[in-house]
Design a protein around this ligand. Structure first.
Ligand code: PLP
Length: 408
């Protein structure tokens, strides 16, 4: 297994050589990541050379359309699904709203959806609102101490009325990685479809969604080094069965069925830059030369091992402090490097203090009001959240640890 060449990685992110950001270590990556150079280059090229209506025969238009198709094809290949099983929408929240509308039309009153209280509101609220239409909403609840979801509890909630189970790959405050394949198998065995919010997981390595198994997998490209788009995998069987939410004459095209808005052409085209970045990582570290999914999986493991090594000392530094409650597990191998701390004081003021130490971090509820409440954390008080990714360096971690020492 190669180790990540952090200097190479950082050379692919213009933010790290931007003078106005020097000396400041970025620890709000779970909110949105820096953008990689291939994405920025494509965005600039699109806006300067191809900013015309795509898919017409003239050259600029042909190139624009081809680049949008390229983005979908290459990202779908990395995710281990068919090209038309991936679609782009304005954001994950808007994508779940459209999906919920489709399920509302498909389901009968008295049928049920299972949601969790571990999710960000994006994969919770839109589903819960279907209760107004007579759909039963059952809540799969976390352990109030650990924040974990227990798959056995899901088994107890399932019966022949359940049509859909929604849960996160990992929560944006608890960070623990859920066993998606195991949970999906339990839901499928009971005849339910599965919708996974991968927003907090995908920045740490694109998963092979085909192998993982869910019917829907959502993530946000502005957190995976790309432009501000929501990426949505809907597997064919489900996508063709749910009622079309797009224009009626586009209903035969799977990737247009759940994206009613006119798409952001430039951002979709620039999303191919995320695939470029995976290729650059793979080639630089002498990864596999074959299939995109294999290369994606190599890049995933490269990112994960760097992150886990950097994360454990951060968890060790906070887990036993009296004035701090670490939310979620202190075992780095089981979680994303998104570390939320409940402090029993105003976290926004603490985040402001951190800026004085050159740490960019945030405090608040991060739209995870339900999990925080379930764990006994007052969402008005919120949590301090420090989150990083594979491009974070050991020096930045040291800077963070010194800052936390000073401030906590
Ligand atoms: C876990 C999780 N899910 C969903 C969302 C919502 O994503 P979007 O901003 O694309 O709607 C976020 C945003 O922070 C998130 O952290």
């Amino acid at each position: 297994m190669s180790t990540l060449d952090i200097n190479f990685v950082r050379s692919q992110f213009p933010a790290f050589s931007e003078p106005s950001l020097q000396g400041q270590a970025f620890f709000e990556n779970a909110g949105g990541s820096y953008t990689c150079k291939p994405v920025l280059d494509r965005l600039t090229r699109y806006y300067t050379q191809r900013k015309v209506q795509p898919y017409a025969p003239y050259e600029a238009s042909r190139l624009a359309g081809e680049e949008m198709d390229e983005a979908r094809a290459r990202m779908a290949a990395i995710l281990g699904v068919e090209t038309d099983e991936l679609s782009f929408g304005p954001s994950t929240t808007q994508n779940t709203y459209v999906l919920a509308q489709a399920f509302r039309q498909w389901m009968q009153p008295g049928e049920a959806i299972i949601v969790t209280n571990q999710d960000h509101e994006a994969n919770s609220g839109p589903w819960r609102r279907l209760a107004d239409e007579g759909i039963e909403i059952r809540e799969w609840q976390i352990d109030p101490e650990t924040g974990s979801l227990n798959p056995m509890d899901l088994e107890n909630l399932l019966d022949e009325n359940v049509r859909l189970v929604c849960f996160p790959h990992c929560s944006n405050v608890i960070g623990e990685i859920n066993p998606v394949t195991e949970i999906t198998a339990i839901a499928h065995a009971a005849g339910a479809f599965v919708c996974v919010d991968g927003v907090s997981y995908a920045p740490h390595g694109f998963p092979n969604v085909g192998d993982l198994g869910p019917d829907i997998y959502l993530f946000s490209a502005y957190k995976t080094y790309g432009p501000h788009q929501g990426c949505m995998v809907i597997r064919r069987t489900l996508g063709e069965m749910l009622p079309n939410q797009g224009h009626y004459f586009n209903g035969d095209v799977l990737y247009q069925r759940f994206t009613p808005a006119g798409p952001d052409h430039a951002q979709i085209a620039a999303s191919a830059g995320m695939a470029d970045y995976i290729d650059l990582l793979c080639d630089h570290h002498s990864g596999p030369t074959g299939e995109a999914a294999e290369r994606g999986s190599f890049a995933h493991d490269l990112m994960r091992s760097h992150e886990v090594a950097l994360l454990q000392p951060v968890l060790d530094a906070v887990k036993d402090r009296n004035a701090v409650r670490l939310i979620g597990t202190s075992d780095a191998s089981r979680r994303a490097p998104t570390v939320a701390l409940a402090l029993n004081r105003n976290v926004e003021a603490v985040a402001a203090d951190l800026t004085g130490c050159g740490i960019m971090a945030g405090g608040g509820d991060f739209y995870a009001v339900r999990p925080l409440t379930a764990m006994g954390v007052d969402p008005d008080q919120g949590v301090l959240r420090v989150s990083f990714t594979h491009y974070t360096s050991q020096q930045e971690i040291d800077q963070l640890l010194n800052a936390l020492d000073d401030i906590l």
